[in-house]
Design a protein. Sequence first.
Lengths: 424, 245
Amino acid sequence: MIKFLFLGLLRDRSRSIFPLLIVSAGVALTVLLHSWMGGVQNDMIEANANFYTGHVKIITNAYLEQIDQIPNDLALLGIDSIMSTLQNEFTDLDWYARIRFGGLLDIPDESGETRSQGPVMGIAIDILSPGSQEKDLLNLEKSIVRGRLPQQPGEIVISDAFAHKLNLNIGETATLISSTMYGSMAMHNFIVVGTVKFGVTAMDKGAMVADLKDMQYVLNMEDAAGEILGFFKKRIYNNLMANKLVQKFNQLYNQPEDDFSPKMIALVDQRGLGEFLSIYDYYAKIIIGIFVIIMSLVLWNSGLMGSFRRYGEFGVRLAIGEDHSHIYRTLIYESFLIGIIGSICGTGIGLAIAYYLQVHGIDVSYMLKQSSMLISDVFRARITSTTYYIGFIPGLLATLLGSAISGIAIYKRQTSQLFKELEV
Amino acid sequence: MKMSMVILILCTATLVYVQVPSGSEILKKIDQNITSESKIISSKMTIHGRRGSRTIESKSWIQGTDKAFTEYLAPAREKGTKMLKLQDQLWTYSPQTDRTIRISGHMLRQSVMGSDLSYEDYLEDPQLHNVYEAQVEGSEPINGYDCWILQLTSKKDDVAYDTRKIWVDRQRYVVLKENRYAKGGKLLKTIEVKSLLKIKTRWYPERVVFKDVLKSGAGTEFTVDKIEFDVPIDPYIFSKAALRK
């Protein structure tokens, strides 16, 4: 019977094309919206995790109290020993020691006097060790605009916009003026070997990336680091696992009364990200929910219209002796077929556009010029397992529901009245 | 009898009134004690941070109130770092980079060598009467010495501390305790003089504890090891070229 109904739909295009178009369009929009909202949220998590929070972060109790001030005087000491413990006991994550620092980048002229100067936000990561994945986490290789990445001590890369602002050329010397771990002024000459576009407006305004060992020397932080970041090996944040890890680590190693005892915090416990993501998630669900409901109403209406349009056809079929329930069943089967085909087509279209947006994204940097938040300036969609079935909810259920409700009218048709209704 | 009592009371009151110098007079006497044509100071600065203490040694050459040159002598990491103050400008030289950088803008608020003193403190006019109006608020003993309590209010807008409260030794005219406040009245720094040196007719603070209230740690102890007043200083030392020498 399915084949018969399918052929009927193909032959009578007025019964199939319009409902299929409506279902496909609605499903495609649902799929796209879902992947877009998820993608933007994921971009925010990723940008913050890679540049700032990690999936989990280890710092001292005292550092946590003043974390916004980057208090390197309260940094973790004995990093080698802590890293070795983490690598042996917490094997689900990759661990990286980092130092964040602030300061001034001063560019000298031929006589050594200041030619240009600007405030800089810096990250020291392990760039020079063979096999270090830190470059990948910050996507440095792909972000190079001019020059290259550091290959030996004393080399740095800075954001391209910052280099233009300082009128700095590749290969020139830049003096970093910052504070050591003990609060003394730290001055060090670096060679700028490359410029990068981080893709995060807050960083592109004025940031530099140096090797961890260089900055440990410059900031008088030998065997010390401001923070140790942990990333799940699959690079996807898992809040449940992160919280379990936090609990386990802090039970084993954190002593609340000791200011310099290491403490682990999860991504959602940093920079108000937990609250922000909860609110975002809440509103995303509401927006997607409202959209799915609206699409369901549109598709339901389409099902209703289809059934009313075929009022005459049902009358004839009843008149020639077809059973009420048989007509109702065929109507449901037909809408099921339209729902399935429309959902598949719509999901396909939605996925194709979402895939394009996942690869290329939309550049919103012009909207983030004054932003100090760590948000990627290219928003991308994200295709997840949910993206493959979310469109079937309005596509299939609403079409079926629309036909089921409108089809009830079939049972109200009286055979005795049919000829009068059909004006035979 | 009544008449003689009234006269006695009036005379006593007048005598007490005459004995209280004005705020401005007290400030001038403090400034006379502290400032000189020139001075050379060898000092130690012990910074008591949250993680321990460290000591920095330095030698300073000071000419009047607007020229100063400081060279850091120890520890090894700081050795060779120099600072030059010429009126309201400040430069620092780092031997590691062989660069001379002018410290300006928000950098002036940064701590000097991690201490509780900022570059702004270093730049300040040491002559209090040039910068502040003073009002005597009363008296109170500090470490057994009778002190005048003075409330200082800045005459200028561009000063680091809008108001100060100082406790001045009534006999020696040296500030023994000081609180420095921001414009909104927030306490920023406290200073306590622990001991004094007598050099000829002057009294000069020998051991002073500075505490930046907004900073953790137990403060910075500044100790004068040696001080010479009114000694000739080669004018070359107060030039930018001397920083790199």
